[in-house]
Design a protein. Structure first.
Length: 287
Protein backbone atom coordinates (compact mmCIF):
# COMPACT_ATOMS: atom_id res chain seq x y z
CA UNK A 1 0.00 0.00 0.00
CA UNK A 2 1.48 3.35 -0.99
CA UNK A 3 1.92 6.14 1.55
CA UNK A 4 0.17 9.34 0.56
CA UNK A 5 1.44 12.73 1.71
CA UNK A 6 -0.41 14.16 4.72
CA UNK A 7 -3.23 16.58 3.84
CA UNK A 8 -2.75 20.25 4.81
CA UNK A 9 -5.20 22.90 5.97
CA UNK A 10 -6.32 24.00 2.51
CA UNK A 11 -6.82 20.50 1.14
CA UNK A 12 -10.29 19.00 0.85
CA UNK A 13 -11.08 17.17 4.08
CA UNK A 14 -12.00 14.12 2.02
CA UNK A 15 -8.27 13.58 1.41
CA UNK A 16 -7.79 13.10 5.15
CA UNK A 17 -10.50 10.41 5.22
CA UNK A 18 -8.60 8.25 2.75
CA UNK A 19 -5.25 8.96 4.45
CA UNK A 20 -6.61 8.04 7.88
CA UNK A 21 -8.17 4.80 6.62
CA UNK A 22 -4.96 3.86 4.80
CA UNK A 23 -2.94 4.46 7.97
CA UNK A 24 -5.44 2.42 9.97
CA UNK A 25 -5.24 -0.44 7.49
CA UNK A 26 -1.45 -0.49 7.76
CA UNK A 27 -1.67 -0.48 11.56
CA UNK A 28 -4.16 -3.37 11.57
CA UNK A 29 -2.13 -5.32 9.01
CA UNK A 30 0.97 -4.95 11.20
CA UNK A 31 -0.97 -6.14 14.28
CA UNK A 32 -2.25 -9.19 12.41
CA UNK A 33 1.35 -9.97 11.47
CA UNK A 34 2.29 -9.75 15.16
CA UNK A 35 -0.35 -12.37 15.96
CA UNK A 36 0.94 -14.59 13.16
CA UNK A 37 4.46 -14.33 14.62
CA UNK A 38 3.27 -14.98 18.18
CA UNK A 39 4.56 -11.64 19.46
CA UNK A 40 3.72 -10.21 22.87
CA UNK A 41 0.77 -7.81 23.06
CA UNK A 42 -0.31 -8.80 19.54
CA UNK A 43 -3.98 -9.47 20.33
CA UNK A 44 -4.20 -6.16 22.17
CA UNK A 45 -2.74 -4.32 19.18
CA UNK A 46 -5.37 -5.84 16.89
CA UNK A 47 -8.05 -4.60 19.27
CA UNK A 48 -6.55 -1.10 19.43
CA UNK A 49 -6.22 -0.96 15.64
CA UNK A 50 -9.89 -1.84 15.21
CA UNK A 51 -10.93 0.79 17.73
CA UNK A 52 -8.90 3.50 16.06
CA UNK A 53 -10.38 2.71 12.66
CA UNK A 54 -13.88 2.71 14.10
CA UNK A 55 -13.15 6.04 15.78
CA UNK A 56 -12.01 7.57 12.48
CA UNK A 57 -15.13 6.32 10.73
CA UNK A 58 -17.25 7.86 13.47
CA UNK A 59 -15.30 11.13 13.34
CA UNK A 60 -15.86 11.44 9.59
CA UNK A 61 -19.41 10.05 9.52
CA UNK A 62 -20.94 13.34 8.28
CA UNK A 63 -18.63 13.29 5.28
CA UNK A 64 -19.44 9.75 4.16
CA UNK A 65 -22.00 8.80 1.52
CA UNK A 66 -24.03 5.59 1.67
CA UNK A 67 -24.04 2.88 4.32
CA UNK A 68 -20.61 1.34 3.71
CA UNK A 69 -19.10 2.79 6.90
CA UNK A 70 -21.82 1.25 9.08
CA UNK A 71 -21.04 -2.22 7.80
CA UNK A 72 -17.29 -1.64 8.10
CA UNK A 73 -17.60 -0.42 11.70
CA UNK A 74 -19.66 -3.51 12.54
CA UNK A 75 -17.01 -5.82 11.10
CA UNK A 76 -14.27 -4.01 13.00
CA UNK A 77 -16.31 -4.21 16.21
CA UNK A 78 -16.74 -7.95 15.75
CA UNK A 79 -12.99 -8.43 15.30
CA UNK A 80 -12.23 -6.31 18.37
CA UNK A 81 -14.77 -8.25 20.40
CA UNK A 82 -13.15 -11.53 19.36
CA UNK A 83 -9.93 -10.22 20.95
CA UNK A 84 -11.59 -8.79 24.06
CA UNK A 85 -11.76 -11.79 26.39
CA UNK A 86 -8.08 -12.65 26.03
CA UNK A 87 -6.98 -9.09 26.70
CA UNK A 88 -9.30 -8.74 29.70
CA UNK A 89 -8.09 -11.97 31.29
CA UNK A 90 -4.48 -10.94 30.75
CA UNK A 91 -5.07 -7.66 32.58
CA UNK A 92 -7.09 -9.28 35.37
CA UNK A 93 -4.44 -11.94 36.02
CA UNK A 94 -1.76 -9.25 36.28
CA UNK A 95 -3.88 -7.22 38.70
CA UNK A 96 -4.46 -10.27 40.89
CA UNK A 97 -0.71 -10.89 41.04
CA UNK A 98 -0.13 -7.27 42.03
CA UNK A 99 -2.89 -7.12 44.64
CA UNK A 100 -2.23 -10.45 46.37
CA UNK A 101 -0.43 -10.06 49.71
CA UNK A 102 1.15 -12.19 52.42
CA UNK A 103 -2.19 -12.07 54.24
CA UNK A 104 -3.79 -14.18 51.52
CA UNK A 105 -3.74 -17.96 51.32
CA UNK A 106 -1.05 -18.55 48.69
CA UNK A 107 -2.59 -21.84 47.61
CA UNK A 108 -5.86 -20.07 46.89
CA UNK A 109 -4.07 -17.29 45.00
CA UNK A 110 -2.27 -19.89 42.90
CA UNK A 111 -5.59 -21.62 42.17
CA UNK A 112 -7.14 -18.31 41.07
CA UNK A 113 -4.18 -17.46 38.84
CA UNK A 114 -4.18 -20.94 37.31
CA UNK A 115 -7.87 -20.62 36.47
CA UNK A 116 -7.31 -17.18 34.91
CA UNK A 117 -4.24 -18.34 32.98
CA UNK A 118 -6.00 -21.38 31.54
CA UNK A 119 -8.91 -19.18 30.53
CA UNK A 120 -6.46 -16.73 28.97
CA UNK A 121 -4.73 -19.43 26.92
CA UNK A 122 -8.03 -20.73 25.56
CA UNK A 123 -9.29 -17.23 24.80
CA UNK A 124 -6.01 -16.26 23.11
CA UNK A 125 -6.20 -19.34 20.88
CA UNK A 126 -9.76 -18.47 19.88
CA UNK A 127 -8.75 -14.86 19.20
CA UNK A 128 -5.77 -15.89 17.06
CA UNK A 129 -7.97 -18.19 15.01
CA UNK A 130 -10.30 -15.31 14.20
CA UNK A 131 -7.50 -12.80 13.56
CA UNK A 132 -5.69 -15.14 11.17
CA UNK A 133 -8.87 -16.29 9.46
CA UNK A 134 -10.22 -15.48 6.02
CA UNK A 135 -12.74 -12.96 7.32
CA UNK A 136 -9.97 -10.74 8.71
CA UNK A 137 -8.03 -10.90 5.44
CA UNK A 138 -11.21 -9.95 3.59
CA UNK A 139 -11.72 -7.06 6.02
CA UNK A 140 -8.20 -5.77 5.39
CA UNK A 141 -8.75 -5.97 1.63
CA UNK A 142 -11.98 -4.00 2.02
CA UNK A 143 -10.37 -1.28 4.14
CA UNK A 144 -7.51 -0.87 1.67
CA UNK A 145 -9.96 -0.59 -1.23
CA UNK A 146 -12.13 1.93 0.61
CA UNK A 147 -9.09 3.99 1.62
CA UNK A 148 -8.07 4.28 -2.02
CA UNK A 149 -11.43 5.80 -2.95
CA UNK A 150 -13.92 6.34 -0.12
CA UNK A 151 -17.48 7.21 -1.10
CA UNK A 152 -17.89 10.78 0.18
CA UNK A 153 -20.58 13.45 0.10
CA UNK A 154 -20.36 17.10 -0.94
CA UNK A 155 -19.17 18.29 2.49
CA UNK A 156 -15.94 16.32 1.99
CA UNK A 157 -14.90 18.89 -0.63
CA UNK A 158 -14.60 21.61 2.02
CA UNK A 159 -11.12 22.49 3.29
CA UNK A 160 -9.65 20.66 6.30
CA UNK A 161 -9.21 23.94 8.16
CA UNK A 162 -12.96 24.55 8.04
CA UNK A 163 -14.29 21.07 8.83
CA UNK A 164 -11.80 19.47 11.21
CA UNK A 165 -12.24 21.94 14.10
CA UNK A 166 -15.99 21.29 13.97
CA UNK A 167 -15.54 17.53 14.03
CA UNK A 168 -13.04 17.63 16.88
CA UNK A 169 -15.20 20.07 18.83
CA UNK A 170 -18.17 17.72 18.52
CA UNK A 171 -16.22 14.85 20.07
CA UNK A 172 -14.86 17.11 22.83
CA UNK A 173 -18.29 18.53 23.71
CA UNK A 174 -19.77 15.04 24.07
CA UNK A 175 -16.93 14.04 26.40
CA UNK A 176 -17.33 17.21 28.47
CA UNK A 177 -21.09 16.78 28.79
CA UNK A 178 -20.71 13.30 30.27
CA UNK A 179 -17.57 14.02 32.32
CA UNK A 180 -19.34 16.97 33.98
CA UNK A 181 -21.89 14.51 35.41
CA UNK A 182 -19.35 12.27 37.13
CA UNK A 183 -19.36 12.14 40.93
CA UNK A 184 -17.43 9.87 43.31
CA UNK A 185 -20.56 7.75 43.70
CA UNK A 186 -21.49 7.55 40.00
CA UNK A 187 -21.97 4.02 38.63
CA UNK A 188 -19.10 2.05 37.09
CA UNK A 189 -20.90 2.01 33.74
CA UNK A 190 -21.04 5.81 33.61
CA UNK A 191 -17.33 6.07 34.38
CA UNK A 192 -16.64 3.53 31.65
CA UNK A 193 -18.68 5.54 29.14
CA UNK A 194 -16.62 8.66 29.85
CA UNK A 195 -13.46 6.61 29.32
CA UNK A 196 -14.72 5.61 25.85
CA UNK A 197 -15.50 9.24 25.06
CA UNK A 198 -12.02 10.32 26.19
CA UNK A 199 -10.55 7.71 23.88
CA UNK A 200 -12.68 9.02 21.03
CA UNK A 201 -11.41 12.57 21.63
CA UNK A 202 -7.82 11.33 21.73
CA UNK A 203 -8.11 9.43 18.46
CA UNK A 204 -9.97 12.31 16.79
CA UNK A 205 -7.28 14.76 17.87
CA UNK A 206 -4.51 12.40 16.74
CA UNK A 207 -6.12 12.11 13.32
CA UNK A 208 -6.56 15.88 13.06
CA UNK A 209 -3.09 16.81 14.32
CA UNK A 210 -1.41 16.64 10.90
CA UNK A 211 -3.62 19.57 9.88
CA UNK A 212 -4.52 21.38 13.13
CA UNK A 213 -1.07 21.14 14.67
CA UNK A 214 -0.14 21.84 18.29
CA UNK A 215 -3.67 22.57 19.49
CA UNK A 216 -4.88 19.15 18.40
CA UNK A 217 -1.77 17.49 19.84
CA UNK A 218 -2.43 19.17 23.18
CA UNK A 219 -6.03 17.97 23.12
CA UNK A 220 -4.84 14.44 22.37
CA UNK A 221 -2.38 14.57 25.27
CA UNK A 222 -5.03 15.71 27.76
CA UNK A 223 -7.46 13.06 26.52
CA UNK A 224 -4.75 10.39 26.82
CA UNK A 225 -4.19 11.34 30.46
CA UNK A 226 -7.91 11.02 31.18
CA UNK A 227 -8.06 7.75 29.25
CA UNK A 228 -5.16 6.29 31.25
CA UNK A 229 -6.78 7.06 34.60
CA UNK A 230 -10.18 5.82 33.52
CA UNK A 231 -8.59 2.76 31.93
CA UNK A 232 -7.02 1.82 35.27
CA UNK A 233 -10.42 2.35 36.87
CA UNK A 234 -12.09 0.07 34.34
CA UNK A 235 -9.43 -2.62 34.82
CA UNK A 236 -10.18 -2.74 38.55
CA UNK A 237 -13.93 -2.90 37.83
CA UNK A 238 -13.38 -5.80 35.43
CA UNK A 239 -11.16 -7.61 37.94
CA UNK A 240 -13.75 -7.19 40.70
CA UNK A 241 -16.52 -8.52 38.45
CA UNK A 242 -14.45 -11.53 37.34
CA UNK A 243 -13.43 -12.41 40.90
CA UNK A 244 -17.03 -12.08 42.06
CA UNK A 245 -18.11 -14.59 39.39
CA UNK A 246 -15.34 -16.95 40.50
CA UNK A 247 -16.52 -16.60 44.11
CA UNK A 248 -20.01 -17.64 43.07
CA UNK A 249 -18.55 -20.74 41.40
CA UNK A 250 -16.47 -21.52 44.50
CA UNK A 251 -19.54 -21.22 46.71
CA UNK A 252 -21.46 -23.55 44.40
CA UNK A 253 -18.62 -26.07 44.78
CA UNK A 254 -18.84 -25.69 48.58
CA UNK A 255 -15.40 -24.14 48.97
CA UNK A 256 -15.98 -21.32 51.49
CA UNK A 257 -12.27 -20.70 52.12
CA UNK A 258 -11.57 -20.04 48.44
CA UNK A 259 -14.69 -17.87 48.34
CA UNK A 260 -13.30 -15.87 51.26
CA UNK A 261 -9.98 -15.24 49.47
CA UNK A 262 -11.82 -14.24 46.32
CA UNK A 263 -13.96 -11.87 48.37
CA UNK A 264 -10.89 -10.19 49.90
CA UNK A 265 -9.33 -9.70 46.49
CA UNK A 266 -12.58 -8.37 45.08
CA UNK A 267 -12.86 -5.74 47.81
CA UNK A 268 -9.33 -4.53 47.14
CA UNK A 269 -10.17 -3.90 43.51
CA UNK A 270 -13.42 -2.17 44.41
CA UNK A 271 -11.52 0.01 46.90
CA UNK A 272 -8.93 0.88 44.23
CA UNK A 273 -11.62 2.76 42.29
CA UNK A 274 -11.91 5.55 44.88
CA UNK A 275 -8.45 7.17 44.54
CA UNK A 276 -8.64 6.90 40.74
CA UNK A 277 -12.00 8.66 40.71
CA UNK A 278 -10.68 11.35 43.01
CA UNK A 279 -7.58 11.82 40.87
CA UNK A 280 -9.63 12.12 37.69
CA UNK A 281 -12.08 14.62 39.18
CA UNK A 282 -9.24 16.71 40.62
CA UNK A 283 -7.46 16.79 37.27
CA UNK A 284 -10.60 17.35 35.21
CA UNK A 285 -11.88 20.25 37.35
CA UNK A 286 -8.46 21.88 37.73
CA UNK A 287 -8.71 25.60 36.77
Amino acid sequence: MGVASAPVAGDAVGALVGAALAKGARRLEKAVGMVENGEDDAIHQVRVSCRRLRSDLKLFRKLLAGDWATDLRADLAALAQACGEARDLEVIAELVRESASSEDNQEHVDTILTTLTLGLERAAARSAEVVLGESTQALLTTIEAVAAGPDLNAKAAKPCSEVLPQLLRSATVKFTQEADKLKPWTSDDDWHEVRLLAKRVRYAADTSASVLGDEARATAAHAATYQELLGQHQDHCAAADALTAMAVDAAAQDDPELSFTLGRLTERHRAARKPLREQFLSLYHRP
